[in-house]
Ligand binder design. Sequence first.
Ligand code: ADP
Ligand code: MG
Length: 400
Amino acid sequence: MKLDPKAVRHLAPEDWRVLTGVELGSKGHEVVPTYLIEKNSRLRGGARGVHRSISNLARIGLIAKVKENKYDGYRLTYGGLDYLALHAHTQKNAIYSVGSRIGVGKESDIVMVADEHGVQKVLKIHRLGRISFRSVKTNRDYLKNKNAGAGWMYLSRLAAMKEFAFMTALRSEGFPVPEPIAQSRHTIVMTFIDSFPLRQISDVPDPASLYADLIAMILRLAKHGLIHGDFNEFNLLIKEEVEGTNGDGEEILKLVPILIDFPQMVSMDHENAEMYFDRDVNCIKTFFKRRFKFTSTQPGPFFKAAKKTLGQDGAKRLDAVALASGFTKKMLKDLEAAIKDKELHPENYEVSEDEDEKADDDDEEEEDGDEQDEGHHDQESQTPENSAQEKVGLQPEQDL
Ligand code: ADP
Ligand code: MG
């Protein structure tokens, strides 16, 4: 789903009200009946005005018509929700302009944005539970799955909320993570880390020292009661910082790892904590062996020893952060189930990129699009050539 900020600028106030009306209706209905949209939007022009706005919104793909057995109505598209979030961010001055997409992650789109002073930031749009309408219709098993009831909008919002809460908590404890700036719906705005993902780095001067830093980070998280749960070369951004100069006046560079991507964080008290902890540690071990031919002489670290350090040196427990920030236990469970389900059944989450961009929305049923494997998109944006290009060649930014 590409973000096309032009449409945001051209939306009339009535159209915004109707779009908001569809969003409101989506809380109770996946397909919002037209009468409910009318009721929610309460336009002065009455039903005729609403219908005009509905067709405007459908034409630019922010809502899509769905014919049902019982009633006709409209659903909010991925694009529609994106615009609502973008609009909220611009209202709060978190975003002024939108640049190009710099990454398609496993569970998100990453877009460069800037504030009114031209400072570059990153907009992360969560796409959890992004199942195409087609795969839902053809996959009866999936429909029987409890999780299917928890819609993509709800799950993506939970992912953004959880990520924002943990980024805030980690940051305030001094962890090297981006600074969270704002959250709206399924999106967050954070500082841009000018860096390369570890995945793109072919050589480092001192692998032992970087390895030690990363293991120390895993152990520091554990002390605060947390396991990242996806601690790998995609979620570690490596920044170069000048440490000083040597005798010849050459700069000495230090590699500083920054950790990102938090929706799957789990507590050290989680029933599968040991498995998650070991998996994080082994990801790093395997990567360092493969990429840098480096193997630590020390075994571990091990979960049991890490667990004993919980709260040591006055470390504040952070694993209750989500619950403290408005999450219910059910919300956490729904999110966890969705993340796990996606890991186990990536085929249920395939969706055509263009699915929501069609102006004509009557052909949903026979839609077959060129679906792509979203689970493996990381590579697309992670090749060094690609990233260098993006860095210097950002598309001209568009005012909203
Ligand atoms: P996902 O959950 O989809 O994996 P991530 O948060 O890991 O999403 O982001 C995907 C990619 O986008 C990262 O691997 C990284 O290259 C880039 N990225 C994400 N956040 C930032 C940021 N704050 N600064 C720079 N690049 C980022
Ligand atoms: Mg990631």
